[in-house]
Design a binder for this molecule. Structure first.
Ligand code: GAR
Length: 177
């Protein structure tokens, strides 16, 4: 079962749901629009304000997901780094989607950073999560031409919404084989 971590609009969560992947729980670090997309699926906000430190917040979030049968975590626009108590609970079982060709343009503003750098090509990367900022082994990546700029965000999101569900499905299928 998949647990999805979100912080924003949740269009990638929507893509996972539209792909009929088995999403068992959705957790967020802030109250965000993504949560409304979950429908009947259990959701919970794990705000840093509710915990003495980030490690204990992440441990509680891991407990909650595991309690819902989650064995694959997908970061779908989740904007906090995950700490060891979370990473250690799901070794090699956390995917992230990022709007650049990593290792180029990590961080929260990858599309703007690619534009500011004058890149002609950017893209989307899906990777396994480690303790770094948008680092970890790459599972899938696809190039997206920067021009026409007016539609770049839309085109990147379209690729994300295809690549992320495919990568999650692949991991589920592989573990059943
Ligand atoms: C997506 O573009 C995702 O790749 C990006 O946040 C957006 C979330 O959109 N993630 C990162 O930048 C991670 N460093 P969504 O909330 O509509 O899925």
């Amino acid at each position: 079962m998949i647990g999805v971590l979100v912080s924003g609009n949740g269009t990638n969560l929507q893509a996972l749901l539209d792909a009929r992947l088995p999403v068992a729980a959705v957790a967020a670090n802030v109250d965000c629009r993504a949560l409304a997309r979950a429908g009947e699926i259990p959701t919970r906000v794990f705000s840093l304000h509710g915990f003495p430190d980030r490690e204990r917040r992440d441990a509680a979030m891991a407990d909650w997901l595991a309690g819902h049968g989650v064995d694959l975590v997908v970061c779908a626009g989740y904007m906090h780094l995950l700490t060891a108590p979370f990473l250690d609970r799901f070794p090699q079982r956390i995917l992230n989607v990022h709007p650049s060709l990593l290792p180029d343009f990590p961080g929260a503003h990858a599309i703007d950073d690619a534009l500011a750098a004058g890149a002609e090509t950017t893209g989307v990367t899906v990777h396994l999560v480690d303790a770094g900022l948008d680092t970890g082994p790459v599972v899938a990546r696809e190039q997206v031409p920067v021009e026409p700029r007016a539609t770049l965000v839309e085109r990147i999101h379209a690729v994300e919404h295809r690549l992320l569900p495919a990568a999650a499905r692949e991991m589920l299928v592989r573990e059943r084989a």
